[in-house]
Each structure stands twice: as C-alpha cells, then as structure tokens.
Write a protein that binds this ligand. Sequence first.
Ligand SMILES: NC(=O)c1ccc[n+]([C@@H]2O[C@H](COP(=O)([O-])OP(=O)(O)OC[C@H]3O[C@@H](n4cnc5c(N)ncnc54)[C@H](O)[C@@H]3O)[C@@H](O)[C@H]2O)c1
Length: 355
Amino acid sequence: MLKANLKIKYPVNIIVGPGSIGELSEILTVINPYKIAVIMDEIVERLWFRELEKAIESTGVEYQKIVLPVGEECKKLKVAIEIWGTLLDNGFTRDSLLIGLGGGAVLDVTGFTASTYMRGCHLVYIPTTLLSQVDAAIGGKNSINFEGKNIIGTFYHPEYVVVDPQILQTLPFETFRSGLSEVVKHAIIQGEESFKFIEDNVEEILSRNINVLTEIIKQSILTKLNIIISDYTEKGRRILLNFGHTIAHSLEKALDFKISHGHAVSIGLVVESKLAELITDFPSEDVERIRDLLMKLDLPVEPLLPIETLVKYMKYDKKFLRGRPRLPLPKRIGEFEIISMKWERLLKCISELKI
Ligand SMILES: NC(=O)c1ccc[n+]([C@@H]2O[C@H](COP(=O)([O-])OP(=O)(O)OC[C@H]3O[C@@H](n4cnc5c(N)ncnc54)[C@H](O)[C@@H]3O)[C@@H](O)[C@H]2O)c1
C-alpha cells in the first residue's frame, strides 16, 4: 500500500491525505485573495466549517459564509442568483476566492457561480463526500439543474482541490456507499491491481479505515485524471468514465430520480458488464466478480425495472453520436473497447441478456 500523501499538479493542485484540510492556510497565502466566501450547506457548516475558520481567520482576509439548502435544492438557478447577489452586495471582485465545502451538489453550484461571476474568480474545492472526492471535484465540470438535471454549466478548474478522507467519517452510511460504485468503476477501468485491492479490503472500506480509504481515493482520482488528461476535449477516452452510466441514467430517468446516482451506477455496471460478455467477450467470471464485489459493498445489482423499460430511456443518452449508440465496454478488467453499433443490434443484445 502506498504510504505517502498525494500531491498532483496538472492545471489543478490536488492534495489528498488525512489532515490535508490543515494545508488551507498555506493555500490561502499562495492565492492571496481580496475576499473569501465559503459556500456550503447547513449540515456541512455545522460539522466542518470550524476546521476552516481558523485558517481563514489567520489570513486576516475579510470572509463571508454562504449557507445553501441541502442536496439538489442548491443546484437551482435562483440559488446561483442569490450567490451572485451576495458577492456583489459585499464588494467581491474577480480577485476574490470562492471555497466550495461540500458534496457534489455544493461543488457544482460553487464552480458554476465562480466561473461566471465577473467572468471568473479564484476557486478552491474541499469535497466532503466520497463521490465528490473521487468524481465531482475532479475534471472541471460544473452545472446547475434547469428543466432537467445538469443542463446549464461550464468547464472551470479550481486552483486547488483539498481531499481529506477524514471528512468522510461523519458521512451517513447511505451517502458513503453511494460513492463506492464510482470507485469500483474507476478500478475496473484502471485494471486488475486496483480492482483486487478493493476486493481484498471490503471490510476495511466499509468500516472506513483511514489508510485504506486514502488509498482507494488516491487510485480513483489518478484513474480519472489520467483519462481526462489524455482526452481534454471529451472526444475519445473520456467516454470510458461513462461505463455503467448509459443504463444508470436510463434508470434514474425511468424512476424520476428517486434512486441515488450511486445505486443506479452500481446496477449499470452489472448490466453493462453482462452486455460486454455478449459483445466484447468479457469473461463471465469477471462479470461475477464485479457483481459480487458490488453486493459485498452493500450496493444494489438487480435492474429494478424490466430491461425493455430501461431501453426506452437509453435513446436520450448524451454520449450517443448522431443517434448511434456508443458504449465503452470492457474486454477484460483494465481494457476497454468503445462500441458503436446500430440501435437495432443493441436492442437485440439487450433483449438476450439474462439478468
Ligand atoms: N461536476 C461533476 O463532474 C459531477 C460528477 C459527479 C456528480 N456530480 C453531482 O454531484 C451531486 C451528488 O453529489 P453527492 O453524492 O456528493 O451528494 P450531495 O452533494 O447531494 O450531498 C449528499 C448529502 O451529504 C451531506 N454531506 C456532505 N458531506 C458530508 C459530511 N462530510 N458529513 C455528513 N454529511 C455530509 C450533504 O449535506 C447532503 O445532505 C449531483 O448533483 C451530481 O450531479 C457532479
């Protein structure tokens, strides 16, 4: 197991490790902002703001707390408008800093408002859920919901992402395990060593052993980063990150988002692995390993709805090119093919699935 904490600089500085939140004072000294706004929801404010407060106060910079409603409620245009208004009323200029402290929802609205306020001001992310540490904080995408989910957004990188696995100790189990399906997805993309590490450490992961958590978070972030760096414009390899998501998005739409994204991805990973068994000769033993691992991590693996119902919603997938389905499917753990096929062929394969 790697012992050192991780520090990566690509255009973004990513600092991973227990206690990394303690590096905030140094980061603030480097950025040297005119003013600071910490954007968070009321739950995270209560649990974690105090950890930041000292570092911020030590800089002597004027700061503001902006407390948002919890969950998807904060990803609304009216919330972004309120944030812009608060910044303007308090004399924030583009040399000011917004710190997003929270899960993916808070980071998304913070990134969106930071990128648009006066054409962009300083931005730091401190992700506080597993999903946001391995996924939402990495890659520079942000969005708010408008009519549908994630419809309006920008690409805008924070200058620093501070990932402290200790923050996950206060996460409700349900939210914690929801992030695990993205971790498993990244391991399937990365390869045998990463996947086996999770298989061998299920108990430690579920009990949130800090060393094991740090290791899987590091591996997960590195996998996502490697893909993003090799495909900055989203034309090629980045589609691998969509593994499991074609089915997951259909399921979320079919159930009107009454299923968590993490649970939908878990089911998507199983169904799309089965599809890979038919299309890319993905070994059936590996399908079983994926299914078993997700079950051990207490994640759902049954489709919940008839496959034919899911297929109806698949047609609207953003990743389809000119209406033609494109799917990243594993040939083996760590090796993928991007399959583009006629809609009729995909339907036939899906109807043959035995789940
Ligand atoms: N921009 C991207 O690339 C990207 C990628 C993936 C997901 N997302 C977005 O992320 C959002 C989902 O994020 P999420 O799963 O982190 O959920 P979330 O942001 O909705 O947070 C879930 C809950 O956890 C609570 N919470 C957060 N940190 C906590 C902590 N340390 N202790 C206790 N409670 C805590 C929050 O208050 C909230 O109630 C979605 O809106 C999704 O669209 C964005």
